[in-house]
Design a protein around this ligand. Structure first.
Ligand SMILES: C[S@@+](CC[C@H](N)C(=O)[O-])C[C@H]1O[C@@H](n2cnc3c(N)ncnc32)[C@H](O)[C@@H]1O
Length: 210
């Protein structure tokens, strides 16, 4: 847990405040998108682990008026005009998928262009346990992305580096034409987090495919 006092000298924290972003994490997505070009104007984006909403604000700015953002979190999230927010536990994958599909259908969509996940467990301080819980969340994000991404869609998900990281990277690599791991400058020094990027989702036959 980062103490408020530690944030005082943090340039990303300060800039987030100045620019009206709900979290300093907003800069991580901005940096990831500048490097990998995952989100484009007009895209439909699914943001997993979205609260308090910094990534959602960035995604909404990138997709513009012709795009859509759907944000999911366990925690309640304050509304952002134009954004659909779902309160759901993403490890309950079928339940979450059903809820997301219902919202997409109302918008006349069946699939999404991009899935982004900044999911993180509440840190326990026990490194191995936290790495394990991070990998469970990232795997659920990948499973949900695999059910909802369009052919050629894009993906980015946080995972804590450690025993489960290589397996997760391999699973992403098996589903996307291009895979990289990236640590944006806005990630804190010494943080175990890393983002696995997948571009060009290759769809296996799914029931609802077009
Ligand atoms: C680091 S925060 C996300 C910050 C966000 N990207 C932003 O920019 O504001 C991680 C989020 O993951 C959410 N989370 C953790 N476990 C979850 C789960 N099982 N289902 C849904 N959300 C979960 C937490 O509630 C928390 O809001």
């Amino acid at each position: 847990m980062v103490k408020r006092a530690d944030l005082k000298g943090d340039r990303f924290y300060k800039s987030a405040k100045e620019l009206g972003y709900r979290s300093r994490s907003a800069f991580k997505l901005l940096q990831i998108n500048t490097k990998f070009g995952l989100i484009r104007a007009g895209d439909v984006v699914l943001d997993l682990g979205a609260a308090p909403g910094g990534w959602t604000q960035v995604a909404y700015g990138l997709v513009g008026d012709n795009g859509q953002v759907l944000s999911v979190d366990l925690q309640p999230m304050e509304n952002i005009a134009g954004i659909e927010i779902l309160k759901s536990d993403i490890t309950k994958e079928q339940e979450t998928l059903t809820a997301i599909k219902t919202v997409l259908k109302l918008k006349g969509r069946a699939f999404v262009d991009v899935v982004i996940s900044d999911l993180s467990p509440q840190l326990s301080g026990a490194r191995d346990y936290d790495q394990f819980r991070s990998s469970v969340l990232s795997t659920s994000a990948l499973n949900i992305a695999s059910a909802l991404l369009k052919n050629n869609g894009n993906f980015a998900a946080k995972i804590f580096q450690g025993a489960y990281y290589n397996e997760f990277y391999k699973c992403v690599k098996a589903k996307f034409r291009y895979t990289r791991a990236h640590s944006p400058a806005a990630s804190r020094k010494g943080s175990a987090e890393i983002y696995v990027i997948g571009k060009g989702f290759t769809v296996r036959k799914r029931k609802d495919d077009f």
